[in-house]
Unconditional design. Sequence first.
Length: 115
Amino acid sequence: VQLVESGGGLVQPGGSLRLSCTASGFTFSSAVMSWYRQAPGKEREWVTTIPSAGGVTNYKDSVKGRFTISRDNAKNTVYLQMNSLKPEDTAVYFCRAQFSFNAVWGQGTQVTVSS
């Protein structure tokens, strides 16, 4: 059972990044997928969630209108499109899978927003 994130990096304020999280070892299409983030010196916080079959998504207020979560069950991958990035979005971003009574975390990918 594994989640592998990619797509992080350094971007200027106002820029965009797309994070990917590819799953293996479980039935991805049955999992609720979420993105979390953890900024330096702060606790990990929830960002967004997408149900197993897609559909209605939920977002942290500070990212609404800027971030979009999506999934491709054929590719076992969940995405996080991040637009209009701000310095306060700087953090390590983690994906999380919840299925049955299990929760699995990825290793995280660093996003740094700075000029």
